[in-house]
Design a protein around this ligand. Sequence first.
Ligand SMILES: [Zn+2]
Length: 292
Amino acid sequence: MNVPAPDFQKYMTLTDCPYCHTTPAVEIAKNPRVVRCINCGLYRLQPRMNKEGQIAYLKQTNDTLDDLTERGNPLDVHLFDLEEVRELKRHFPGTSANGKALDVGTGEGRFVAALRHNGAFEATGLEPLPKVAELGKNAGLDIHVGRFESDGMPQALEGQVFDVVCLREVICYMADLRESFDLLRCVLRPGGGLYIKCHVPTSICYWKNKDYLLRYGLTVTNMPTLAAMTRILAGEGYQILKSGYYPFNVLRSLGVPGAYSFFGGIIGYRLLSPVVHFMGKADRMFILARRL
Ligand SMILES: [Zn+2]
C-alpha cells in the first residue's frame, strides 16, 4: 500500500459500519481513527474509503504496475497453500470429486494453482487487477477480471455456482459486506464451504503500533476479529466447522531485527507463537464454514 495518501483523502467519506450500516461505535485508536461497531464487533477506519475510491485505487495500482516478473511463476505452488487446500478437502468432504472452487482476489492465481494441484478442485480465480490476472491466464489458469460485488462480477462467471468459495486476505476490502454476503448466497451452493483467512486487528502487531493502516492500507473497509466474524456468519446461516489462528513469527510482526534468521524463526514461530495465541493476540485468523 504505497500510494500517496493525499490523492485518496477525498474518498474517505463513509462513517458507517460496512456490514450493519449503523454508526454507533467505540473508539479503538485515534490516529488514524479506528472504531469498533457496537452491533457486530467489526473494527473499521472512521471515516473509511467509499467504493468510488477503492475503484480509483485499483485503477491507479494497475496502471502503475510495471515489472511483474518478481511475482514469479503462479504454478509454483507453496507448501503452506497446499496444506490449506488439504484442510478444505478434509472439512468440506461433500466436494471431493471435481468440486468447483472460486478464489476471490486471487492475484496471479497461485492459490488457484494450489487448489488444482493433484486434481483436488476444479478452480477458478477472480482478480480486480487486469495486469496481475493476465499472469495467471498466461500460465493457463482460469482467472477472470472482476470485483466480488454485484456490479463487478465478470460475465463469464454469471450464473455459476461453486462448491467452495475462498476469501483469503480479501474480506477486509469488501466495499459493502452486507452486499457481499448476499452475493455469496448466489455463488456458493447450499451445503458448500466458505473459507475465510485474514489478518486481525487484535494482532500483537497493533499492540505495539497503534497505526492500523500499517498493514491494512487506506482501502480497508472492515477489520474482522474472529469473534465478530463468527457471529456474523452464524446470523448469515453458516455453520462453523473449524476456526482459529495460524501460527506466525511473532518477532517479524513486532519488527524485531533478526526475525528472518534461522534462530529468529525458531524463537518467533515455535516458542512465542503459542504464547501469543494464548494471550489472544495472534495475527491471522481462519474460518471454515458450511452454508446451511
Ligand atoms: Zn457493524
